[in-house]
Design a binder for this molecule. Structure first.
Ligand code: ADP
Ligand code: MG
Length: 404
């Protein structure tokens, strides 16, 4: 590569996010090209750090996106294409294939976007997953329902944030749901509902190995928060604890099975109340949403979006990625829909509070401490107080977006 020419990174952004990624690219002297969904063109992007920007009505539309990016490539020597939003992961992969650029291609990205593909592959490599079936052949489906005790969840293969997930109690309900889905049914899967605690592992992967992880546990399972309108909370677990040890191992096994060589990953597990085992739920080749990046930063100083940029740039330069020195403290996050447009959180004054969610009709706090037990105690107490002080009951205005 000619060393005088700045590295050029094309970022795809269907949502307004990933700003530290752009900052880091700029800090390292790269040219950032930002191709965004038109709806976000007036958002508060760091314009002075963006070499050129473009927008389209939607980024996933074919062949428009191939035409647009190939056109950009006439004037710009694009070194890498990066997805800033989960919905851009597959688009970025097919653009890499089209432009013959390094990084995750179509079949690699499939493991991280398609919940059926990730299950089939993880199971084939010995990872424990809930009993599941694709929705193609009805004899197979009947067999699955005869052999697997309900309830089951009917789940879209390509969604996030618990969107479109239905819990079904008997076979007739499944057939009715499939009828209403019509030709969409093959884009779903059916799996056993396992009551349990839901965990997430957020990691940085270099050369096929996680070199940084935080293991965390959601309070109420995300599905019950989005459908029941409860309080979302999550906390980083004790580094030395038994849960973290198992999650570290399971996360490694999943990412190895799904062949993630490099990048940031957000992986979820459910620990079944019935047998105590951890089951792989889903993974994504991206920074976790729902302010999880802020929680990780509060506990460790690691800014996952910034590290995502450092991984890509190390790779372009043929250098080894070095994880920066960091703390190993703890943090927790609590968010709910509020009855009040501007909820008054002034009664919450613990010194561990490091951030307050600035969003109308939401109450949210981020706490950090060197003690995992202290975080747990704070979240337990805030959870009770949030019910009285803020929690909106009845029809929520909008859902709290949880694990996307
Ligand atoms: N097999 C299952 N058993 C129990 N709960 C489940 C199961 N699958 C999903 N859920 C619930 O639904 C939520 C969302 O499911 P997930 O597979 O993580 O999809 P999404 O991409 O929408 O987050 C989970 O966090 C969990 O609360
Ligand atoms: Mg999830």
């Amino acid at each position: 590569m000619n060393n005088d020419k700045p590295i050029t990174i094309l970022c795809l952004a269907s949502e307004f996010k990933g700003l530290p990624f752009i900052h880091e690219c700029h800090r390292q002297g790269c040219h950032v090209l930002l191709l965004m969904a038109e709806a976000h063109r007036h958002d508060d992007w760091p314009w002075e750090k963006i070499h050129a920007h473009f927008y389209m009505p939607e980024l996933s539309k074919q062949p428009d996106i191939f035409h647009a990016v190939s056109y950009l490539a006439r004037a710009h020597q694009i070194d890498r294409i990066v997805a800033l939003d989960d919905y851009d992961v597959a688009t970025a992969a097919s653009l890499r294939e089209h432009l013959r650029l390094p990084g995750m291609g179509d079949s690699g990205a499939r493991y991280f976007r398609d919940k059926l593909a990730m299950r089939v592959q993880a199971q084939a490599e010995g990872v424990r997953v809930p009993a599941f079936t694709g929705l193609f052949n009805y004899d197979r489906l009947r067999q699955f329902m005869d052999q697997t005790p309900p309830p089951w969840v009917l789940k879209p293969r390509f969604e996030a944030g618990a969107v479109g997930i239905r819990k079904l109690q008997h076979q007739e309900a499944v057939w009715r749901a499939l009828d209403s889905l019509g030709d969409q049914q093959s884009f779903y899967l059916l799996e056993q509902f396992l009551p349990g605690d839901v965990y997430h592992v957020d990691s940085i992967v270099w050369a096929g190995q996680p070199c940084f992880i935080t293991a965390s546990r959601y309070g109420a399972p995300p599905l019950s928060v989005t459908t029941g309108g409860g309080i979302f909370n999550t906390r980083i677990l004790d580094n030395e604890g038994a849960e973290t040890a198992v999650l570290r191992r399971e996360n490694e096994a999943v990412l190895r099975a799904l062949r993630l060589n490099q990048g940031v990953a957000h992986t979820e597990f459910i620990r079944s109340h019935a047998d105590g085992h951890y089951y792989f739920l889903e993974t994504a080749a991206r920074v976790g949403g729902a302010n999880i990046d802020k929680m990780v930063e509060a506990a460790t100083d690691i800014v996952l979006w910034q590290e995502a940029a450092r991984l890509v740039l190390a790779d372009v330069r043929g250098q080894a990625y070095q994880l920066p020195p960091h703390r190993q403290d703890y943090a927790g996050l609590i968010i709910c829909l509020a009855r009040q447009e501007q909820p008054d959180l002034s009664a919450y004054q613990d010194e561990e509070i490091v951030w307050r969610l600035p969003k109308p009709y939401h109450a949210g706090l981020l706490v950090a401490s060197p003690s995992a037990a202290r975080i747990e105690a704070l979240l337990t107490s805030y959870n009770e107080r949030f019910v009285d002080d803020f929690l909106a009951v009845g029809q929520p205005k909008e859902q709290v977006r949880t694990n996307i």
